[in-house]
Design a protein around this ligand. Structure first.
Ligand code: NAD
Ligand code: TDX
Length: 338
């Protein structure tokens, strides 16, 4: 029997590259990465992986001919498209929504049409942000039954992409599953995102920047746990189903900044409040009971502080990976008063 072949879109980005590393370590699958290498993607995130098992194709998920060529061979047992590629940053979507519509909607449509044509299994990676936000004291968390209510151009295009997948399952019997995950942290995350921005700011002698009052709550999960959940869904998930992925990691932004400061040897109030994000979602929280009870998944990273310390160590040790992104990212934030 030949080993499974996965087409991982966005596999040179943060979570996609963590998934490729995870697949290489825990399965015998071969991986083709399709990635446009936008500002958020980097071939350095795949450095050191064996060339006989990982191939990087630089290209766009909305390129019909290229996608068809890459999907056509995926007909074996266990073969699948694992679709991570997206424009992923809320702040960017507020400045210019157009690449979000192009990649998140038209790109997903292009992959679905190829999956339909070739009968290929597809797993679509999405986010808890499609559900909008919760009050701080809401006793309910998001479940697979929570109505969609996205707030930003980013989350609305992700919501739209989920709905396309559901329609292609129902109308064309495309063999697909969807997962909606909470906020990820870990190695190889772009320095535009909250946790790596604050770590690299401190390494550069800049005070961390907290939007608004810092009361907003995010539900943190280590990217490696996201990867193990996706592998579990690929192996055991029921076609047509949606699974929520989360690790009970709710923390306010203020708590996270204070932890980063403490772990980096600074006073825990050594940060600045800056202009809030327009339309800023207040709280996300995931109930992952379905994934845990039906498919038997559990997260391995149960200690956020330990995971955060390891992430800080990774950024300390890998300055050459992030240095090239830093000045341009901070210049963009400075323009927005952030
Ligand atoms: P990222 O921005 O770090 O990576 C995105 C990758 O997609 C990059 O490598 C980029 O080059 C590539 N890409 C962008 N447009 C493309 C196109 N048109 N064709 C091919 N490749 C393209 O994003 P991330 O944080 O790793 O997120 C990955 C996926 O996970 C996204 O679908 C996102 O919505 C979802 N997600 C992210 C989080 C999170 O906390 N970051 C949480 C839940 C879900
Ligand atoms: O400098 C900052 N200061 C700050 O207070 C930045 C960059 C962010 N924030 C706040 C905004 C959010 O409340 O921190 C929180 C996290 O911000 P981001 O890292 O931008 O993530 P978020 O907007 O929550 O979205 C992330 O999780 C869900 C990912 O970027 C999405 O791709 C994913 O779908």
């Amino acid at each position: 029997m030949t080993s499974p072949h996965l087409l991982v879109t966005g596999g040179a980005g943060f979570i996609g590259s963590n998934f490729v590393h995870h697949v290489l370590a825990h399965t015998d699958a071969r991986v083709t990465v399709l990635d446009k290498l936008t500002y958020a993607g980097s071939s350095a995130s795949l450095a050191g992986l064996p060339e006989d098992r990982v191939r990087l194709v630089e290209g766009d998920i909305a390129d019909v001919a290229l996608v068809d060529e890459l999907v056509a061979p995926l007909t074996g047992e266990g073969d699948a498209i694992v679709h991570y590629a997206a424009e992923s940053h809320n702040d960017n979507s507020l400045n210019d929504p157009s690449p979000f519509l192009q990649t998140n909607l038209l790109g997903t449509y292009t992959l679905l049409e190829a999956a339909r044509k070739h009968g290929t299994r597809l797993h679509h990676i999405s986010t808890d942000e499609v559900y909008g936000d919760l009050e701080l004291d809401d006793p309910e968390r998001f479940t697979e039954h929570t109505p969609y209510n996205p707030s930003s151009p980013y989350s609305s295009t992700k919501a739209g992409s989920d709905l396309l997948v559901r329609a292609w399952v129902r109308s064309f019997d495309v063999r697909a599953t969807i997962s909606n995950c909470s906020n990820n942290y870990g190695p190889r995350q772009h320095v535009e995102k909250f946790i790596p921005r604050q770590i690299t700011n401190l390494l550069d002698g800049i005070r961390p920047r907290l939007y608004g009052k810092g009361e907003n709550v995010r539900d943190w999960i280590h990217a490696d746990d996201h990867s193990s959940a996706v592998l579990t869904i690929l192996e055991k998930g029921r076609l047509g189903e949606t699974y929520l992925i989360g690790a009970d990691g709710e923390k306010s932004n203020k708590e996270v900044v204070e932890l980063i400061l403490q772990q980096m040897g600074r006073e825990s109030d050594d940060y600045d409040h800056v202009t809030d994000r327009p339309g800023h979602d207040l709280r996300y929280a995931i109930d992952s009971t379905k994934l845990r009870e039906e498919l038997g998944w559990t997260p391995a990273y149960r200690d956020f502080e330990a995971g955060l310390a390891a992430t800080i160590d990774w950024y300390r040790a890998n300055e050459e990976w992030w240095r090239g992104q830093k000045a341009e990212t901070e210049a963009k934030y400075a323009k927005a008063g952030q």
